[in-house]
Design a protein around this ligand. Structure first.
Ligand code: ZN
Length: 256
């Protein structure tokens, strides 16, 4: 995955935004490093949770025609949504974070255990049984365990169904327990920031281009969300050459 960013250190030094554009990669830790032409090395921490990032990756795979990858990535996003929900529930219940991690270690590699825990605590906290979509489970098993390669139509239907489920869970959590949601996000950021060397300056970037837990403006309709992602991609593609030209002209003036 890649994120569009500029150097915040340049902005601090010059007092205006840098035009030098970067598309920097990030992986599991959701940390991207920028090495700018003025010699700064800085880190960008994405606030987005794993399920948000996985949904964006799945959506990009779908747009590029990689139907199998899109479906397996959306299936992973759903599993990480259950994990995130568990973390939020534990915050709401005031469970000690270390004790939770000790418990979660025993279920980290077994998504069925995580789902079982999610179902039980969802009932307690939300006051209603969680009704899993059986079509999602069946299709997911065919993709993951049988290597099914879906048609674009099948893939779009599956990803759209998963998107709706995640959208609803995220909306329920934000509505019912906004503070625990924020605490879980902040705790995750704090833990990941420890992976950055102490002398490297860092900035936080909130919100992905596809789904943003912190925003109330997420598209309800999956197809509309896909279109918005495509438009965002085109806007970035269009901005990069313009910014590069501005950066070069500015750099020449400054004698760089
Ligand atoms: Zn810089």
């Amino acid at each position: 995955m890649r994120v569009f960013a500029t150097c915040m250190e340049c902005q601090k030094e010059t007092g205006h935004p840098s035009f030098e554009p970067f598309m920097v990669p990030y992986y599991e830790e959701r940390i991207a490093y920028i090495d700018c032409s003025r010699g700064h090395r800085s880190a960008i921490m994405l606030q987005g949770q794993k399920f948000e990032v996985l949904m964006e990756e799945g959506a990009k795979a779908l747009l590029a025609g990689f139907t199998q990858g899109a479906c397996s990535t959306f299936a992973s996003a759903l599993e990480r949504t259950y994990e995130f929900s568990l973390r939020v529930f534990m915050r709401k219940l005031g469970v000690n974070a270390e004790k939770f991690e000790a418990m979660f270690k025993e279920m980290a590699k077994m998504s069925e255990r995580q789902f079982g825990a999610f179902m039980a605590i969802y009932l307690i906290e939300m006051g209603k049984p969680y009704a899993p979509n059986k079509k999602i489970t069946e299709f997911r098993n065919n993709v993951i365990h049988k290597g099914l390669i879906p048609t674009p139509e099948e893939a779009k239907r599956f990803c759209s169904e998963v998107y709706s489920v995640i959208f609803e869970i995220a909306a329920d959590l934000r509505r019912a327990m906004p503070d625990p949601v924020n605490q879980a996000v902040m705790c995750d950021l704090q833990e990941r920031s420890k992976k950055i060397a102490p002398d490297v300056p860092r900035a936080t970037m909130c919100g992905g281009a596809f789904f943003n837990l912190a925003s109330c403006g997420n598209k309800v309709d999956f197809c509309e969300a896909l279109v918005a992602l495509e438009e965002w991609g085109r806007a970035i593609e269009g901005a990069i050459p313009v910014m590069t030209a501005l950066h070069r002209s500015g750099g020449e003036k400054e004698g760089l």
